[in-house]
Design a protein around this ligand. Structure first.
Ligand SMILES: NC(=O)c1ccc[n+]([C@@H]2O[C@H](COP(=O)([O-])OP(=O)(O)OC[C@H]3O[C@@H](n4cnc5c(N)ncnc54)[C@H](O)[C@@H]3O)[C@@H](O)[C@H]2O)c1
Length: 291
């Protein structure tokens, strides 16, 4: 199937990045969120990010203008029904995602492909609640979307070959690289990445190291470009906790037990960069460790 129009649900860090790369690759994009403020902020951020790419010579001024013109916004989820491909990128909570798909179903064209950018929730289970499990897939972009090369493609148990092939062609058109993963909790990237981040929080919790020494150790001792706590703040601590809970519940193994200190930060509303405080405090000139 030829995909020309894309509906994106959720205009947060991932939704706005996904809108950015699709618009730049020539797709018509319709972005939805629950508040006008979220939509306005997303478009302003896309504008700034496109401008940065243009100023660095990565895209032309015409590309920038054309991409921005291809992005529309709406508060009405039903408006997305006319698009060829839906990418759900709302908050990492299964009830939220299920409600979105249920509300969308009556408005969809029969051919529309449904996808979720979930980091960890079962694609098979999300798909089973829709009228088209064979046209449903996990479409997992990495953060920040305009920079990261990989897209994980996750087939649910019922996903058919034409749907998989269509998404593979879309990834190619975006200039990115697809990796196929089976539908088990957290797929490939987060199955490996999140237990490492969770272990870094345990290392902090047990007093083995400070925020600074843990991050420096992994950067200088394992050649990681970011420390694990810095990365957790970048991803969002609520998202990290949600993924650990999915691993813990889905695989029923205590090795995935979320660290109580991670839970405490989330309960405090210290969710990382997006709330200006997490393992680091971002409110000043330079990030300051909070422990
Ligand atoms: N943050 C990451 O590094 C990362 C990476 C890959 C995938 N993901 C996944 O992407 C998804 C979004 O994560 P994020 O980091 O962008 O979160 P975020 O908190 O930045 O954004 C979520 C957005 O969804 C909106 N939203 C909530 N309920 C909605 C609804 N019913 N209808 C429309 N919009 C709604 C919120 O208002 C918010 O703007 C999650 O499933 C997450 O697991 C995140």
């Amino acid at each position: 199937m030829d995909i020309r129009t894309v509906g994106i649900v959720g205009a947060g860090q991932m939704g706005n990045g996904i809108a950015h790369v699709f618009a730049l690759a020539g797709f018509e994009v319709l972005l939805n969120d629950i508040t006008q403020d979220a939509l306005d902020k997303a478009v302003a951020l896309i504008d700034r990010n496109l401008e940065r790419q243009a100023s660095r010579g990565k895209i032309t001024e015409e590309d920038r203008k054309a991409a921005l013109a291809r992005i529309g916004t709406t508060l009405k989820l039903a408006d997305l029904g006319k698009t060829d491909l839906i990418i759900e990128a709302a908050t990492e909570r299964e009830t939220v995602k299920q409600a979105i798909f249920e509300d969308l179903l009556p408005h969809l064209k029969p051919t529309t492909i449904l996808t979720s950018n979930t980091s960890s929730i079962s694609i098979t289970r999300l798909a089973s609640r829709t009228d088209r499990p064979e046209k449903f897939m996990g479409f997992h972009f990495m953060n920040p979307v305009p920079v990261m090369q990989l897209v994980e493609l996750i087939r649910g148990i019922a996903t058919d070959e034409p749907t998989y092939r269509t998404l593979l062609a879309v990834v190619e058109k975006l200039g990115k690289t697809a990796a196929s993963a089976e539908d088990f909790p957290a797929f490939i990237v987060n199955r490996i990445l999140m237990p490492m981040i969770n272990e870094a929080v345990y290392t902090l919790y047990e007093g083995v190291g400070s925020v600074k020494s843990i991050d420096e150790s992994l950067k200088l001792g394992a050649n990681h470009p970011m420390g694990p706590l810095e990365l957790a703040d970048f991803i969002g601590l609520d998202t990290c906790l949600a993924i650990m809970n999915v691993l813990h519940d889905g695989l029923a193994d205590t090795k995935y037990r979320p660290c109580p200190l991670l839970t405490k930060y989330v309960e405090a509303g210290w969710l990382g960069r997006k709330t200006s405080r997490g393992f680091y405090d971002y409110r000043g000139e330079v990030p300051v460790p909070t422990r």
